[in-house]
Design a protein around this ligand. Sequence first.
Ligand code: MTE
Ligand code: MO
Length: 301
Amino acid sequence: MARRWTNTLSHEDVTPKALFLNRRQLIAGLGAGTAMALMPRDVRAQDALEPNTFEEISSYCNYYEFGTGKSDPKEHAHMLTTQPWSVTIDGMVERPGDYSFEDIMSEMTVEERIYRFRCVEAWSMVVPWNGFELADLLNLAGVAPEGKYVAFETVLRPDEMPGTRSRVLDWPYVEGLRMDEAMHPLTIMATGIYDQTIPNQNGAPMRLVVPWKYGFKSIKSVVRITVTDEQPPTSWNKAGPREYGFYSNVNPNVDHPRWSQATERRIGGGLFSRRQPTLMFNGYEEEVASLYEGMDLREFY
Ligand SMILES: Nc1nc2c(c(=O)[nH]1)N[C@H]1C(S)=C(S)[C@@H](COP(=O)(O)O)O[C@H]1N2
Ligand SMILES: [Mo]
């Protein structure tokens, strides 16, 4: 790719690692002790006054294959075997096949990259991801000209993933992007966070990150990538088509049917618990707005 992303956020913007790892307990009001201890006192006092909203609690959803309970992913995700790992890249590509994780990593020769991205759902934070551009991986397989969309699939191993015994979602977890979204330099496959191998509960050994979209688009533990000419299904859209659209772009002007998406709660950074306006495309408007020119984003949510 000619165009590489240059960080606009600095090291100081990054959400402290312990807050990132504990945010769900924090948001749900569990295990708050650990995380609270890491916060400045005035911030702690503020937080004690503000109860968690339904929105924040219901937005807790991490890795349903390991269960929907608040501590399930952390408790069960270690069961997932991530070595060896391979990703099948098929569909409208010139070199379909199984690509081993090691081979992929050795091909991704770009210098060690850290992507400091804003991430948002009800909460927001800045996470330093290690990884590579999805475009580089797609180019490894060679996208055929008729390819218009990219479909993703998470590994499905019921014996390692106790949550898949319940039909809370239709397994395997699937996601999709339009080709121009997939090829955008902001779209990455993350293999690490905070300069360490990505924890299983965050989607080891590789998961998607699309920083201008809501967190649930970030499919974890990807085993299949299929290039197609049709818009692929997405797990949350299948589960609640009115609530979760194919695009799921961060958009303060388009509310979720059950709550406003105009503000978010920032975790860490000294602004803890202050709600602040959500930015169009999560602050990446300059980079991605052109992808949606002429589209009615209320219709294509
Ligand atoms: N396979 C899979 N991927 C998934 C999910 C899931 O349940 N299964 N949850 C999604 C949701 S709802 C969110 S908010 C993000 C959370 O990613 P994080 O825990 O690394 O922040 O992962 C997304 N990717
Ligand atoms: Mo989520």
